[in-house]
Design a protein around this ligand. Structure first.
Ligand SMILES: [Zn+2]
Length: 269
């Protein structure tokens, strides 16, 4: 069964008097949604206690939790490997307390290196991270490496699929169609994307419309903003051809839960 839900809290969630992510699982279940992504993008500030409460709420209301790791993780930067490992490990600890197992990770940036050098660094860092997680006793988790929207970032679909093949038991792609549409300058080839992810029995999707320029991604908009859109009905048809273990997260601006419902309704139709 494909699960649908937002990244972060919708403006409607706050307008209806809710204040904290602790209230989100109940609210989302009331809408008929089944997934919820919590962002540690700008830092990991959650306590163990809050994570446990969210986990209990998520279990009670049938919501699958995923977490987005800090944006400043950059596995191409070998000098920062120790810090990056810590961010991933801490994110996974909190994710586990919330009952989830999918951690979305931005692999890295090219910086002043050649693409090949940066990619090689990412590959080596990733292998070290996986080994250390094993040594530290982590078993049931997924690092969901995300396809990115700027050319300077590591993570076009070819790169992500190749990296994820390093460990099919702990790595899966986060297929961000909006980001990929930025890299394709609006010419996203959906058939090719779904062909390429065939080897992965489950993937994590980010499905939102994203504004772009010649450098790629600028910002996330909403599904109402057709100028940066792609064919959602075709996406849903292709999604139906997959084994069905995927999670679809909306990262729309402000109305991510409402747009998640739109995605779910397209899928059900
Ligand atoms: Zn992301």
């Amino acid at each position: 069964m494909v699960l649908f839900g937002p990244a972060g809290n919708d403006e409607k969630f706050y307008a209806e008097g809710n204040q904290s992510s602790v209230d989100a699982p109940r609210w989302l279940a009331g809408l008929g949604l089944t997934a919820y992504e919590i962002s540690f993008g700008r830092g990991i500030r959650m306590t163990d206690k809050t994570a446990q409460i969210i986990g209990a709420q998520a279990a009670a209301h049938g919501i699958r939790i995923s977490v987005h790791a800090p944006y400043y993780i950059n596995l191409a930067n070998r000098a920062n490997l120790e810090k990056n490992y810590h961010y991933i490990k801490r994110s996974l600890e909190l994710l586990a307390l919330m009952g989830g197992d999918r951690l979305v990770v931005h692999t890295g940036c090219q910086m002043q290196m050649t693409r090949a050098e940066a990619l090689q660094n990412c590959r080596e860092s990733l292998q070290i991270v996986l080994q250390r997680l094993k040594n530290d006793g982590f078993e049931h988790y997924w690092l969901c490496l995300e396809t990115m929207g700027k050319y300077s970032q590591i993570g076009n679909l070819d790169e992500i699929c190749a990296l994820c093949a390093l460990d099919p038991e702990h790595l899966m792609p986060t297929v961000d169609l909006g980001h990929m549409n930025c890299l394709a300058q609006g010419q996203l080839d959906l058939e090719r994307v779904f062909m390429q992810i065939c080897p992965f029995p489950q993937v994590h999707f980010h499905i939102s419309f994203v504004e772009y320029n010649i450098k790629g991604e600028i910002r996330h908009v909403t599904l109402a903003d057709q100028e940066y859109g792609f064919d959602l009905r075709r996406v849903m048809v292709l999604l139906h051809t997959r084994p069905g273990n995927d999670v679809v997260i909306s990262e729309s601006d402000r109305i991510m839960a409402q747009d998640s419902l739109r995605l779910r309704d397209f899928y059900l139709q």
